[in-house]
Ligand binder design. Structure first.
Ligand code: MN
Length: 228
């Protein structure tokens, strides 16, 4: 018997390659403008900015392979990203120690209601309405570090209906994985179950119903999400 006054909400989790066990999700930290070419395409100078993060909700994770076109928008964009999954955490973690906290890596899409995000930017309001909506974080299974090692270089790309739209290399990240973990841990108690979406290369753009988004990251493989 539980001692909750309502039914306990289900715990969100991700599948793990080669295992029946699942990875429970706590928080999702997302870095903005982490590839210079993408910062430039969004109208920013990549050289002048400290890193910044926003969050999605664990409940926004979706592994169904479908992305329902969301309400209240006419401009939903794809952002193909590498997902970093943490097995432990803490505060004030050094860059040298940061990778010890990584459980594994996966593929993810930071789906964005760009029109609503643009309004929020213009009016100085929070980004949640553009970023943290239902099923806005399609993800693949996680690949444990024991299988894929640590990924600091390699192709990251997204095709839509077979046509390449986004392409970059993990080595183009302005803030590397150990730097992101260390930076976040100065502001938050990061912990087991946390995910970091590590930013998107250039080439973001809109999707429409029926589009098939196929993401790939060298060393992890690929995943496919259909807009429905
Ligand atoms: Mn993003």
């Amino acid at each position: 018997m539980s001692n909750y006054v309502i039914d306990q909400p289900a715990r969100v989790s991700l599948p793990v390659r080669g295992s029946d066990a699942r990875f429970p999700v706590r928080r999702i930290y997302c870095i903005g403008r982490n590839y210079a070419d993408h910062a430039i395409e969004m109208g920013h100078d990549p050289n002048k900015e400290a890193p910044f993060f926003f969050q999605k909700n664990a409940e926004n994770v979706d592994t169904s392979g479908s992305f329902p076109y969301p309400p209240q928008t006419n401009d939903v964009h794809h952002e193909m990203e590498m997902v970093v999954a943490l097995k432990s955490g803490g505060a004030n973690i050094s860059e040298a120690d940061a990778l010890q906290h990584v459980y594994g890596y996966g593929l993810g899409l930071d789906m964005t209601r760009r029109d609503l995000q643009g309004e929020a930017k213009k009016t100085g309001r929070p980004w949640e309405i553009g970023k943290a909506f239902e099923r806005s974080a399609p993800m693949s299974e996680l690949v444990p570090v024991s299988q894929c090692g640590h990924l600091d270089k390699g192709r990251i790309a997204l095709k839509i209906n077979g046509k390449e739209r986004q392409v970059g290399d993990l080595n183009q990240m302005i803030w590397k994985v150990p730097e992101m973990i260390s930076y976040l841990s100065r502001f938050y108690d990061i912990a087991a179950g946390d995910l970091i979406m590590s930013g998107t290369p250039a080439g973001v753009g809109p999707v429409v119903k029926g589009d098939v988004m196929a993401g790939e990251i060298e060393g992890l493989g690929s995943f496919t999400v259909t807009v429905v």
